[in-house]
Design a protein around this ligand. Structure first.
Ligand code: FES
Length: 580
């Protein structure tokens, strides 16, 4: 249904704080004025929050203060009143045990910071992996007008004359050192070459994927996702987004108007076309849960099944985000989906235009980066959702990052009870394993390793690597970095720590992976499986107290987005009562 803009002028929620002459109104305005703000900023114009995940501990977002200034220019120009505020910044490369453990916490911070303050609209300044979903989740739960501005990817890494992709080459080089193909000194030299400018990971990892998801959902201006962090056009994008949010407030264009089922379908298909990260599955399920859209793993499989991966970027392909931008970026991909009848063209976006109107005239400037359909990296690029007695609620695999020869494979299980068990055994030449085996890792799901660490693409044993083998089937309840690759079955649900069948796999069991038929099967009898499950006792570490305990107790399964049970849904923007 077409969006109808609200009437303007009208009274905004910020008037509850600033729009009167009572003692409380004076109190709210007076303290704000200690920042040197003139009277007319409080005259009923839209008050726009700039929700900033800037932090020096989130290096991917360390340039966002500059972008916030650009956003402010745009807001002032359009007649708004900008106020910048910080929220918890979940830095993927630094935060332990894993940034994912704090996604829900940051979303609570964002939600309450917006609801409790005199904001009429909000600009979400994000970049690093989890910052994008956490801010989208929080803003969706409040549902005031919101627009995403991402920080943009780093410039290409270069080392020894070759492109070096964030994360992707970290895994590659690390395995090359283990296989004796690269020296430790070279690995150290590559360290600085990988990250040579401000910005987020330059591969189609989770950060680039989530920036693309924000754009494909219609929550960012068209073209936002791929502009490099240091390109002057990134500042222009921030400036324009500042201008736009003021009009969105006047029109009352809210996340719930944009985040429709059609928008999620567009995003899931886009994820297939870009060869996006498996992490997008969890994040989109969680965002959908905040706006009451009933999205499921089956929707992911259905939406992505016939989508060719046409974006030739690492980890699935060859190039990096810089080239993607020069080729035309995400609008070209969305246009291609539209031409193929795979786009909900009428989905409304933050610009006020439909998705199709925004992209219909763009051009592809490099067909080696954004490939023609007949040269796609894979014809079935979406997320494959596997089911079977090993994953009754589902597990996921990214076909574009997997090895074609392993997509149908049966092998002997080599089981690691948890990540410590894996680390203790994997380098031991006495480990009974070869390339035909299936590596199984337990207790790394949302509860088992609170936060659900990105260890699903566990490195291969050195004795296998030394044979020149680079991939084996791996199964776990963990996640995998969006920059990683391999025939890796992830997010197995229910997880081992919640008593899922993964918990009772034993060394020597046979496991069958059949991606074309979406099957993951533990080859034991139903009776055997039932008996093992009846005997099962949890063995994972349960945090005693603190946030980790809250996370453990209230996190939901990966198959529904790993949100907290009590955070699902939109709680709205009603202004809390003043207690002064
Ligand atoms: Fe921040 Fe990859 S570690 S975007």
């Amino acid at each position: 249904m077409a969006f109808k803009p609200a009437k303007w002028p009208r009274k905004l929620r910020s008037a509850e704080w600033f729009g009167g002459t009572s003692r409380d109104h004076i109190y709210h305005r007076s303290w704000m004025k200690n920042q040197g703000l003139p009277d007319d900023l409080f005259d009923g114009r839209p008050v726009i929050g700039i929700c900033n995940t800037w932090s020096q501990l989130t290096p991917c977002n360390a340039h966002l203060r500059d972008l916030a200034e650009r956003v402010k220019h745009g807001i002032y120009e359009a007649g708004g009143f900008p106020v910048e505020f910080p929220v918890f910044s979940t830095g993927e490369s630094t935060l332990r045990p894993t940034a994912m453990m704090f996604r829900n916490l940051a979303s609570m911070d964002v939600e309450e910071a917006i609801r409790g303050t005199p904001l009429d609209g909000v600009v979400l300044l994000v970049g690093c992996d989890k910052t994008t979903p956490s801010l989208l989740m929080g803003a969706a739960s409040v549902d005031i007008p919101a627009i995403v501005v991402t920080g943009g990817p780093m410039l290409n890494g270069w080392f020894q004359g070759e492109r070096v992709g964030s994360g992707t080459h970290l895994w590659k080089f690390s395995e090359a050192v283990k296989a004796g193909e690269m020296t430790q000194e070279e690995f150290l030299e590559a360290e600085a070459a990988m990250s040579r400018s401000p910005g987020s990971c330059n591969t189609m990892g989770t950060a680039s994927t989530m920036a693309s998801m924000a754009e494909a959902l219609g929550m960012a201006l068209s073209g936002n996702a791929a502009i490099p962090a240091v390109d002057s056009r990134r500042r222009v994008m921030a400036h324009l987004s500042g201008r736009r949010i003021v009009q969105m407030v006047k029109d009352d264009l809210k996340p719930s108007d944009i985040l429709t089922r059609e928008a999620f379908e567009n995003a899931m298909r886009t994820n297939g076309a870009i060869g996006g990260s498996t992490n997008a599955v969890i994040h989109l399920l969680a965002i959908a849960g905040r706006v009451g859209i009933d999205l499921s793993l089956d929707d992911w499989d259905k939406a992505g099944r016939d989508i060719p991966t046409i974006v030739n970027l690492m980890p699935s392909g060859k190039y990096l985000m810089e080239e993607f931008f020069y080729a035309g970026g995400l609008p070209v991909v969305i246009k291609r989906l539209g031409e193929a009848g795979m786009l909900n063209k009428d989905a409304i976006t933050v610009s006020g235009e439909t998705m199709w109107d925004q992209v219909k005239d763009v051009k592809n400037w490099n067909e080696d980066v954004i490939l023609p359909a007949d040269k796609a990296l894979t014809s079935q690029g979406g997320i494959a959702v596997l089911k079977g007695n090993l994953a009754p609620n589902g597990a996921v695999l990214k076909p574009s990052a997997a090895s074609p020869h392993l997509m149908q494979h049966k092998g002997r299980a080599v089981v690691f009870e948890d990540i410590d068990d894996y680390k203790a055994k994997i380098n031991d030449d006495a480990l009974d394993i070869d390339e035909t085996c299936v590596m199984v890792l337990k207790n790394c799901g949302p509860k088992g390793y609170p936060g659900m660490s990105e260890v699903g693409n566990m490195g291969l044993p050195p004795k296998v690597l030394k044979k020149g083998i680079t991939d084996m089937v791996r199964i776990s309840d963990a996640r995998m970095s969006g920059t990683a690759y391999g025939t890796v079955v992830l997010h197995t649900s229910p997880e081992a720590a919640a008593g899922g069948p993964l918990a009772v796999v034993k060394d020597g069991d046979m496991i069958e992976l059949d991606v074309p038929n979406r099957k993951i099967h533990l080859d034991i009898s139903e009776e055997d499986l039932a008996a093992r499950l009846a005997d099962w006792k949890p063995s994972h570490h349960v945090p005693e107290s603190g946030y980790a305990r809250l996370f453990h107790d209230r996190v939901q399964g990966a198959d529904t987005g790993a949100d907290f049970d009590f955070l699902k849904g939109c709680r709205g923007s009603a202004v809390p009562k003043d207690s002064h």
